[in-house]
Every structure is written in structure tokens, then in C-alpha cells.
Design a binder for this molecule. Structure first.
Ligand code: SF4
Ligand code: SF4
Length: 297
């Protein structure tokens, strides 16, 4: 799983494991992960009388590439370890391809392949992600995910966990996100906010639409160039909170605007004159007052 936009993202390992092996497995998992400053959260569901579904998640931060790489390579190590404790990988998808034979016996796999061929003859649905991985660029990922090579890499990763542990320090653990960062990376770009923004209604300026302001904020956060004229448009906002009211992802947009405006004011200065003109445009706009009146009703 990867959170949209790539910021703190949960790494997961899911297994169905015999009940009596669950605790011994988790003890070994703890020993490995503590060495690498991984804070694993375990959710378990009892499945029938004899098995448990264990879902191990770790919140990792792609802004810390060393830690992210070290931790992501440990996830298959934990899966392989779970298989040794009698577990079976639970999910399907690219990370479980190397374990497909541990997941399904040969006969069942054959049935699945035949069924996929029957219902999806052109291999449109999740192509190259279930039975084998195939990618562009010389299929490097596909070759890496072939069980023999992948198993070798897992052994290597297991042996080098003490080194990983040193690579990753607690200082590199997950950094708190600001409201603006959270908002930027959680916006699903549905556009619902545009329809209720009174400034967009009056000015017809695409740059004032909340999702476009968030796009500008993303460039700012990622160190890309933005111009002063783009920056000035961000200040054309009444902080009315209508966008927050309708936001499909329940984002605290007004707090995000305050943070964004402060960042831009520090870099480019506050466009006082443009703000004054904007206020008088809004105050003299019939459309704006109709909008305000409609909200009161
Ligand atoms: S707070 Fe700003 S961006 Fe949001 S709806 Fe109001 S004017 Fe538009
Ligand atoms: S309503 Fe929320 S999630 Fe949708 S585009 Fe606007 S800010 Fe993004």
C-alpha cells in the first residue's frame, strides 16, 4: 500500500498462520524489527478454530529514502519468516508474486490461471501482477521477482539486518506532517470544492480553485520554482470555509490556506494592493452577495 502522493506510507505483511505459531512468530518479528527501529503494529483476526490472520503494518516515510529502502526490503523477509512458521501469504499482488507457490498448491494455481484466461482473455485486469511480474525496461523488476532470485535476495536481506539497523537511526523516523503537507498529499482532486468557492464564482480564475492552490503548494513543498504572480493569486481567498465544508476527504483547508499564505508571504511578500482590489471586487459583486445570501438561507 502506498498513500496517494507518497508521504508516510504503511508497509504491510499479511499472513494466515496457525494459531499456536502466531505468538512465537511475532516474538521473532519483534526481535528483527526492533534492531531496525521499525515500530510494527499488529492486527489479528481469528479465522476459524485454528488459524489467525496477522496484518503487520509499519508507517514509513518515503522522505527518508535510507530508512524506507531498508524497511521495504524487510517486509518480504517477514513474509518468508511467517511461511517458515506455517503461514500462508494473505494478499495478492506484486509483493506476493514470489510467494505464489507458498500461497496456492500447483493444482489450484492451474485452475486460477485457466479461469483468468477464460474471463480476461486479453489480460486487461491487473496484468503481470498475480502469477508473474512483467515490467517495461528490460523487465528488471520481473526478473528480480522470480522466486529463485528473490529468495536469494531475501536471504541477503536477512543476513544484513544488523547493517540495516545501523543505517536507520531513530532520528530518521517518521516526521510529523504539517496541515498543509497532509492536505496537499491527501487531496483526491475530485473538484467538489471548486463549485462552492465564491472567489472562483466571481473571478473565474482557475488559480484560485482550492485543488489548484494545493497543486501550487505541492510544487512549493517539493522545492520547484513558482512565480510571484502565481503566489499572489493564492491570497485571493475569503477564508469562508466553504471548500472545507464540502471537501470529500474532510481536509482542513482553511488551516492549510493560512499556512500556505504564510509561506508565500515569507518568500514573495504579501500582495497588499492586489488583496485590496480583490476585497473591493468581491464587495461590489452582485454574484458574491447572492452567494452569501444563499448560504444564510
Ligand atoms: S476558503 Fe478560500 S478557497 Fe475555500 S471556498 Fe472560501 S474563498 Fe474559496
Ligand atoms: S474537495 Fe477536497 S479532496 Fe476534493 S479537490 Fe477539493 S480539496 Fe481536494
Amino acid at each position: 500500500m502506498k498513500r496517494r502522493g507518497g508521504k508516510p506510507t504503511p508497509l504491510t505483511c499479511e499472513l494466515v498462520i496457525p494459531l499456536e505459531n502466531a505468538v512465537p512468530y511475532l516474538k521473532v518479528v519483534k526481535r528483527i524489527t526492533v534492531r531496525c527501529w521499525m515500530n510494527i503494529h499488529v492486527e489479528s483476526h481469528v479465522v476459524g478454530k485454528e488459524k489467525a490472520l496477522l496484518m503487520l503494518t509499519h508507517l514509513c516515510d518515503v522522505r527518508e529514502p535510507k530508512a524506507y529502502l531498508a524497511h521495504i526490503s524487510l517486509i518480504p523477509v517477514l513474509t518468508r519468516l511467517g511461511i517458515k512458521f506455517g503461514g500462508v501469504p494473505y494478499g495478492v499482488g506484486i509483493w506476493n508474486v514470489p510467494f505464489i507457490k507458498d500461497k496456492c498448491e500447483k493444482k489450484r494455481l492451474k485452475i486460477y490461471k485457466a479461469y483468468k484466461k477464460e474471463v480476461d482473455p486479453r489480460n486487461i485486469l491487473n496484468p503481470h501482477k498475480f502469477f508473474a511480474v512483467k515490467t517495461k525496461m528490460a523487465n528488471i523488476l520481473g526478473i528480480t521477482f522470480k522466486p529463485p532470485l528473490f529468495t536469494l535476495l531475501i536471504h541477503l536481506a536477512t543476513l544484513t539486518t544488523p547493517i540495516f539497523g545501523k543505517l536507520v537511526s531513530p532520528r530518521e523516523e517518521f516526521k510529523e506532517e504539517s496541515v498543509l503537507e497532509k492536505t496537499v498529499y491527501s487531496c483526491i482532486k475530485c473538484g467538489s470544492c471548486a463549485a462552492v468557492c465564491p472567489v472562483y464564482l466571481v473571478t473565474n480564475e482557475e488559480a484560485v480553485v482550492p485543488k489548484n492552490k494545493l497543486y501550487l503548494a505541492k510544487k512549493l513543498l517539493e522545492g520547484e520554482e513558482i512565480s510571484k504572480s502565481d503566489s499572489d493569486k493564492v491570497f485571493l481567498c475569503t477564508h469562508c470555509g466553504m471548500c472545507r465544508e464540502v471537501c470529500q476527504n474532510d481536509l482542513d483547508l482553511v488551516a492549510a490556506w493560512t499556512e500556505l499564505e504564510k509561506m508565500l508571504a515569507d518568500r514573495f511578500g504579501k500582495p497588499e494592493e492586489a488583496i485590496r482590489d480583490f476585497v473591493s471586487t468581491m464587495e461590489s459583486s452582485e454574484e458574491y452577495w447572492r452567494f452569501v445570501y444563499a448560504q444564510k438561507i
